[in-house]
Design a protein around this ligand. Structure first.
Ligand SMILES: O=C(O)CCC(=O)C(=O)O
Ligand SMILES: [Fe+2]
Length: 282
């Protein structure tokens, strides 16, 4: 296993509720976002289908819904899975969490696009996005040995926003030197990661980061994520502005749903890199 380090991913302060595009504060944050994503593919933000997802490890369990902006989806797929008789306060909390996360997701998306002069694609990217909300539980490892909660992977999303719900740490990202860094996010922050679909759309200008969950000790870990994924039936396609003589097109257009039909975790292991990147590399 490669080495682990406690080095820090940048934390960016988004606590200003009145942040406006084109203001000096917006431009400063935009610069910080771009810089952090170039370095790590990931950063932390400070801020005031009914399914158990497949077992990633013996510790991992989750419930999730697509199109999480619709409150009934949260109710039907998450709340009633846990409380068949319903739980209004849980549904409301999750719905307001989702609204907050969606707002942040759009802000980050706009900043990244602006930093490439590609803001005209904002609506197109928002339209092709399915916001998948997933609540995750990692059971108690009951050992002092580091135990995998989720093996290393890159998300196939456009953006991923993660929030850790209790004090039990475990999320790690890999830096450019191959070292694993634990993130230790505080409960009032989001970790934002650039997903592979976005890295491909950007013709590789920014990379997504490998991450994993490693746990030890006797406590369960709870986290929640908003996974902005391209909808099935939509082609993710590098915009013409990112292709020229010096920057040839690196990826063919792809439909994530079509890719997932052919996906086999073995491909990831065999090629040592992401199956999605391998699938649509030119
Ligand atoms: O629980 C976490 O903090 C990470 C989850 C994750 O990486 C994933 O579901 O893709
Ligand atoms: Fe992930």
């Amino acid at each position: 296993m490669s080495s682990r380090t406690g080095a820090k991913v940048p934390v960016i302060d988004f606590s200003n509720q009145n942040l406006k595009p084109s203001s000096p504060e917006w431009d400063l944050l935009k610069f910080q976002v771009r810089e952090a994503l170039e370095e790590y593919g990931s950063l932390c933000f400070r801020k005031p289908l009914r399914a158990y997802h497949g077992s990633q490890s013996r510790l991992y369990d989750s419930i999730s819904t697509d199109d999480a902006h619709i409150a009934e989806n949260i109710e039907q797929c998450l709340t009633t899975t846990l409380w068949p008789q319903g739980n209004i306060s849980f549904s409301k909390t999750l719905a307001s969490f989702t609204q907050l996360a969606l707002g942040l997701e759009k802000t980050i998306l706009r900043m990244i696009l602006e930093s490439f002069g590609l803001e005209k694609y904002m609506d197109e990217l928002v339209d092709l996005t399915n916001n998948h909300l997933r609540a995750m539980k990692y059971g108690r490892p009951n050992t002092s040995e580091p135990t995998l909660g989720i093996p290393q992977h890159c998300d196939n999303t456009i953006l991923t926003l993660l929030s850790q719900l209790n004090e039990v740490q475990g999320l790690e990202i890999q830096n450019k030197n191959g070292e694993w860094m634990n993130l230790n996010p505080s409960p009032n922050s989001f970790v934002v990661m650039l997903g592979e679909s976005f890295s491909i759309w950007l013709n590789g200008r920014l990379s997504s980061c490998y991450h994993r969950v490693l746990m030890e000790g006797n406590e369960a870990r709870y986290s929640i994520g908003l996974f902005a994924r391209p909808r099935g039936g939509y082609l993710v396609k590098v915009p013409k502005e990112l292709v020229d003589d010096k920057n040839p097109m690196l990826f063919k257009p792809f439909d994530l749903e079509e890719f997932l039909k052919t996906y086999s975790p073995q491909i990831v292991q065999e090629r040592g890199k992401s199956a999605l990147i391998a699938y649509c590399s030119v």
